[in-house]
Design a protein around this ligand. Structure first.
Ligand code: SAM
Length: 291
């Protein structure tokens, strides 16, 4: 077998040779299972016409597999200590560029214009640092015009929430924030022993594919997400109670009841049973009544 970066022995040797101790605070759990990497690359549907943005290359385990499949890879790493490591491990791949910085601070449209001009097929692929999963997801949603496809390793619980269906315990505001714009596939569960050092939690890979248009037509997307957040503010309460107490413009209990009834939604239901289309209908009525 080949001497890929993604093996426990090679990863430990690379870290030792550079005197680098993985930092928990930066979510540094490096992938050492090449079968998982092969599945990630397959899920990302890469080819030589595709340019990939990787968040957090670490010592280059995933980057190497991306480099073998894609036409260009740009990897953004926050930890300065890993730059000389990456310069060495990725030396065989001249179409990989490592950029030092905080992904959350990037101006993504400008970044894509700079690095991916002329590359029409694009993907974001990452084994995410889990301490910043949610802000990274929201940044990617915001930049959806630039990013048609993301394949991400996240905590298993987060993967379940991203891919959830209505009527399940995992379905919530995060599900809707992502599924409104994208289709989510649960690709695979990844056990702790696929990483060095081992994380505390199990992981999973999800694929997030932007839809041609949002899942439902709403008159005002900010209002839609305000309704969703209000509806889920206390999971065990009915949609009526949540809207009555948490939606400023919904006003009184009577107004919230009227709004739900006009939208054809039983006020005794809980938010987790409502489809995205039903939230869109609620938003539509609320918009009509308040403008
Ligand atoms: N891709 C490598 C792998 O799969 O083995 C490393 C994944 S490790 C879970 C997460 C990586 O993200 C670490 O290398 C960490 O230093 C980096 N990182 C953490 N916060 C970051 C941020 N805000 N921006 C860019 N990279 C970050």
């Amino acid at each position: 077998t080949e001497n890929v970066i993604a093996s426990p022995a090679r990863t430990r040797a690379i870290l030792a040779a550079h005197g680098v101790m993985p930092k928990k605070s930066l979510g540094q759990n490096f992938l050492v299972d090449r079968r998982v990497l092969e599945r990630i690359v397959a899920a990302a549907e890469l080819d030589r016409e595709t340019a990939v943005l990787e968040i957090g290359p670490g010592v280059g385990a995933l980057t190497e597999f991306l480099a073998r499949a894609a036409g260009k890879v740009v990897a953004v790493e926050l930890d300065r200590r890993l730059l000389p490591v990456l310069a060495e491990t990725l030396a065989p791949y001249p179409h990989v560029h490592v950029v030092h910085g905080d992904f959350l601070e990037l101006d993504l449209p400008a970044f894509f214009a700079e690095h991916f001009a002329g590359w029409t097929k694009r993907a974001v692929v990452a084994n995410l640092p889990y301490y910043v999963t949610t802000p990274i997801l929201f940044k990617l949603i915001e930049a959806r015009d630039e990013v048609p496809l993301c394949v991400l390793m996240v905590q298993k619980e987060v993967a379940a929430r991203l891919a959830a269906q209505p009527g399940t315990k995992d379905y919530g505001a995060l599900t809707i924030a992502v599924q409104f714009y994208a289709e989510v596939d649960y690709v695979m569960t990844v056990p702790k022993h696929a990483f060095v050092p081992r994380p505390q939690v199990d992981s999973a890979v999800v694929r997030i594919r932007r839809r041609p248009a949002p899942l439902a037509a709403v008159p005002d997307e900010r209002l839609f997400f305000r309704v969703v957040r209000a509806a889920f503010s206390q999971r065990r309460k009915t949609i009526l109670n949540n809207l009555a107490h948490n939606l400023e413009k919904g006003g009184s209990r009577a107004a919230a009841r009227a709004l739900l009834e006009a939208s054809g939604i039983d006020p005794a239901r809980r938010a987790e049973t409502l489809s995205i289309a039903e939230f869109a209908r609620l938003t539509q009525r609320l918009h009509e009544w308040t403008t």
